[in-house]
Design a protein around this ligand. Structure first.
Ligand code: SF4
Ligand code: SF4
Length: 135
């Protein structure tokens, strides 16, 4: 598949905004793959953590926004602890979630989640859900 890269995408306002709200510098990532190797849910992600960084370095934010990666991230910070460059994919994915929420879009219909399920859900799931779904 051919991918057309454009400098206006790589230096787009959206990419700079994402760097600003996440506090991350995408250029620091040198694609070692340690984050993807340690991520407990990367096997289910459309775009693995290291690939998220690469897509964003290349200005391909739309693909990352459409992928399930930011929804599946459980915020465990393994990616951050394993990164030799001190990058936090977790912060980037959180920034993408915040961007989505600030646009008024929601990931899930929270009110439609059955109460019996919520009563049985582990604390981690509730905390993660709170961090992901509440702006
Ligand atoms: S914080 Fe998210 S992206 Fe990073 S290792 Fe954990 S689940 Fe994967
Ligand atoms: S561990 Fe860090 S440097 Fe390596 S691919 Fe992931 S974000 Fe990039």
């Amino acid at each position: 598949m051919k991918i057309k890269l454009a400098s206006e995408d790589i230096n787009s306002v959206r990419i700079r905004h994402l760097e600003r709200i996440s506090g991350e510098d995408l250029k620091k990532c040198y694609q070692c793959g340690n984050c993807s190797g340690g991520c407990p849910v990367s096997f289910e992600m459309d775009i693995a953590p290291s690939q998220v960084m690469r897509f964003l370095q290349l200005g391909r934010i739309e693909e990352v926004m459409k992928a399930n990666s930011m929804r599946l991230c459980v915020g465990c910070l393994q990616c951050y602890s394993r990164c030799p460059k001190g990058c936090s994919v977790a912060a980037i994915l959180e920034g993408l979630r915040q961007t989505t929420l600030r646009k008024g879009e929601d990931f899930e219909k929270i009110k439609e989640i059955p109460i019996p399920f919520l009563q049985k859900a582990p604390q981690q799931a509730i905390v993660c859900g709170f961090r992901k779904f509440v702006s």
